[in-house]
Design a protein around this ligand. Structure first.
Ligand SMILES: NC(=O)c1ccc[n+]([C@@H]2O[C@H](COP(=O)([O-])OP(=O)(O)OC[C@H]3O[C@@H](n4cnc5c(N)ncnc54)[C@H](O)[C@@H]3O)[C@@H](O)[C@H]2O)c1
Ligand SMILES: [Fe+2]
Length: 443
């Protein structure tokens, strides 16, 4: 117990210092940005461009849903017209499980591929990044987990996102899942950023409403966490605030009318802007918790973020009032000159309202009381070791946040002791000494 306490205190003091240094390094790190093609038909135009690069055999990584919807046609037609060979690997499953990636590596090597087109949601894009990196280094994906663990970069990767959420088309990260250990794992390397990406709203008109909602809320979470964390730069702030404006305006439109091409295109752009923000400024406590829920219960990533986001924002609110006020202004919820506290409150309420308007539940049915201590421990570790959060979560704080997500009785089996704990738990325990938080200049 005492050693836990000492460990916790050491973490509380030592890690913020280490993370501030990492923040400076990240600020200086050159992160490549892909050439973007935007608009209806962009996936075919990307196919024409890739066809012109002289690749011999392109591996198209996708999933069965995307493949069966026929979304690949403009790309493969363009590659065929250019005389470029291609192989379609369409077995990626949600959250890019390691066994699927192993299969993809086999196909890549067997076909002697010299480029990859990742065509699908974040799971596909991330699987493709890891297939490329693992194949180039003849390494198992597990051995690449962490930062810059590979010697060589992958063959050129081109990306066609078919969801508007992860921003993976511009990020240094790939999130994969280890089904054996019920864990999500992050691989980060600047060399896995795609060389070119097509944001094509025509591919997104058939996205089911729950996927539109969850992925859109993932993009919002990226923008918000990048903006409230302490690694932000003027560029990431600008990207994050633009993404928030676009998401508040267009997510309900895309959700209510999936065929609204203008709204789909704006959501795709917002997702990319949020990706550009968080690939440098990183994410925070919301992602730290959501990754555990995804690993344990296979909760779709965006859904987990959407359910957790309001709780983490209320938990951190006293530290970031000024920044929440900025977000409120960019979400068009108020004007400069109004009180920061009022604007911040309005933003907190609006996040819940936006999530509800796109059918996001407030609780997580799969969550079990008995899992909470281990989930919280893993989330705190991830946040402590990786993310520049505005307020550090202790084990108790994180457990309280998770308990607020438990489904209502009788959707769960629970002990009387657990019920007593839940009654006591208050997710939004205010921080000592309310501060306004550094307010950044609006973009
Ligand atoms: N690399 C990063 O920077 C980053 C950032 C955030 C999240 N992620 C990871 O990305 C993954 C989630 O990606 P996602 O949210 O895009 O979901 P996803 O890729 O798992 O796709 C969700 C579902 O939508 C379907 N789908 C995809 N495109 C479609 C379309 N156009 N029409 C109809 N159905 C379609 C898929 O088949 C799948 O069933 C998670 O593993 C998450 O951790 C990565
Ligand atoms: Fe995310």
């Amino acid at each position: 117990m005492l050693s836990n306490l000492i460990g916790d205190r050491a973490l509380a003091v030592g890690l913020p210092a280490a993370k501030r240094i990492a923040g400076v390094v990240t600020r200086l790190l050159p992160i490549p940005q892909p050439t973007l093609m935007v608009g209806p038909g962009a996936s075919g135009r990307l196919g024409q461009a890739v066809g012109g690069f002289g690749h011999r055999q392109v591996l198209i990584v996708t999933d069965e849903v995307v493949s069966k919807l026929g979304l690949l046609k403009p790309l493969v037609d363009a590659l065929a017209a250019a005389g470029t060979g291609f192989t379609v690997f369409d077995e990626v499953a949600p959250d890019a499980p390691i066994p699927v990636i192993e299969k993809g590596i086999e196909v890549f090597s067997r076909e002697h591929c010299d480029a990859i087109v990742a065509f699908g949601g974040g799971s596909v894009l991330d699987a493709a990044k890891v297939i490329g990196l693992a194949a180039a280094n003849d390494r198992h994906p597990r051995s690449l987990v962490g930062y810059f663990r590979a010697l060589r970069g992958p063959v050129p990767i081109y990306a066609v996102p078919t969801t508007a959420g992860t921003g993976s088309e511009v990020t240094v990260a790939a999130v994969i899942s280890d089904p054996e250990r019920e864990k999500k794992l992050v691989i980060a390397d600047t060399r896995i950023v795609p060389k070119m990406a097509a944001l094509d709203p025509l591919l997104m008109t058939g996205l089911p409403k729950p996927v539109t909602a969850a992925t859109g809320m993932d993009a919002l979470t990226h923008a918000v966490e990048a903006y409230i964390g302490y690694w932000g730069t003027s560029f990431t702030d600008r990207m994050a605030l633009s993404a928030v404006s676009m998401i508040y305006e267009n997510l309900p439109l895309a959700y209510n009318d999936g065929a609204n091409l203008a709204a789909r295109e704006k959501m795709a752009l917002a997702s990319t802007y949020a990706g550009l923000a968080f690939t440098r400024a990183n994410v925070g406590n919301v992602h730290a918790i959501a990754h555990q829920l995804g690993g344990k219960y296979h909760t779709p990533h965006g859904l987990a973020n959407a359910i957790v986001l309001p709780h983490v924002l209320r938990f951190s609110a006293a530290e970031i009032t000024g920044r929440l006020a900025d977000l409120a202004i960019h979400a068009r919820l108020g004007n400069e000159g109004e009180s920061e506290e009022e604007l911040a409150d309005r933003f907190l309420d609006s996040v819940e309202a936006l999530a509800a308007s796109v059918g996001i539940p407030r609780r997580l049915d799969a969550l079990r009381e008995s899992d909470i201590p281990a989930l919280a421990k893993a989330a705190c570790w991830e946040a402590d070791t990786s993310y520049p959060v505005p307020r550090r979560m202790t084990q108790d704080d994180c457990e309280a946040i998770l308990r607020a997500l438990l489904p209502p009785e009788p959707a769960r089996r629970s002990t009387p002791a657990a019920k007593r704990v839940r009654k006591k738990a208050v997710a939004g325990k205010p921080a000592a000494g309310k501060k306004s938080g550094r307010r950044r200049a609006p973009a």
